[in-house]
Design a protein around this ligand. Structure first.
Ligand code: PRP
Ligand code: URA
Length: 209
């Protein structure tokens, strides 16, 4: 059974507050998202397996921890998930990146997949699906489902802001998936936007509205 990890840290909270402010411009919004993603990455990777490797320090030889495997895959849900990739890559430059394109139908709010491109051999790597917003949960449920159908069996979900409804939807559809978030907000408005949230993450990252 996966867990919900709410990563609370004063730096993350203060940066997220700046992102919520409707007057924070796109360049600052992007920088803050990158910084928070890097900070969240510290917790998201906490259980990554390690093994010992022999290393010669300037003083003597010894056995020290190294990552057991360095094949990790970051999978942003397009578009807004792209805003979380650079921060995580800064932490894990060796990680691979796959992309899933999903867009919510503006009327039904249902996600539709329009793109998927994954690195070779990713199926058995640890996969981090990233998207700043977990609103109804429809996009995350579909993205994780799509990866599972392609053979992935070790998936975790990383979101900036979630709703209780979104978390419940993912837990019901994919109970084994660990969910990492910086905040769980009150809920959804009639347009399926997160309240209080931070608005349309994709538009704010890319300045499209
Ligand atoms: C946003 C967001 C998530 C999705 C969350 O994407 O980035 O992918 O909505 O909503 P849900 O939990 O109700 O599915 P959007 O469809 O606006 O596309 P975009 O990233 O291209 O702007
Ligand atoms: N997608 C967003 O970008 N923001 C929301 O509040 C909900 C879905």
């Amino acid at each position: 059974m996966g867990s919900l990890h709410v990563i609370s840290h004063p730096l993350i909270e203060a940066k997220l507050t700046r992102m919520r402010d409707k007057d924070t411009p796109s360049p600052e919004f992007r920088t803050l998202l990158k910084e928070i993603s890097l900070l969240m990455g510290y917790e998201v990777t906490r259980d990554f397996p390690t093994t010992l490797a022999r290393v010669e320090t300037p003083i003597c030889e010894g056995d020290f921890p190294v990552l057991k495997d360095d094949f990790f895959t970051i999978v942003p849900i397009l578009r807004a998930g792209l805003g979380m990739v650079d921060g995580l890559l800064e932490l894990m430059p060796f990680a691979h990146v796959g992309h899933i394109g999903l867009v919510r139908d503006e009327e039904t709010h249902m996600p539709e997949e329009y793109y998927c491109k994954m690195p070779e051999g990713y199926e058995h790597s640890i996969i981090m699906v990233v998207d700043p917003m977990l609103a109804t949960g429809g996009s995350a449920v579909d993205a994780v489902g799509s990866l599972k159908r392609r053979g992935c069996d070790n998936i975790r979900l990383v979101n900036l802001v979630a709703t209780p409804e979104g978390v419940a939807a993912v837990r019901e559809a994919h109970p084994e998936v660990d969910i990492y978030v910086a905040a769980v907000d009150e809920g959804l408005n009639e347009d399926a936007y997160i309240v209080p949230g931070l608005g349309d993450a994709g538009d704010r990252i890319f300045g499209t509205r």
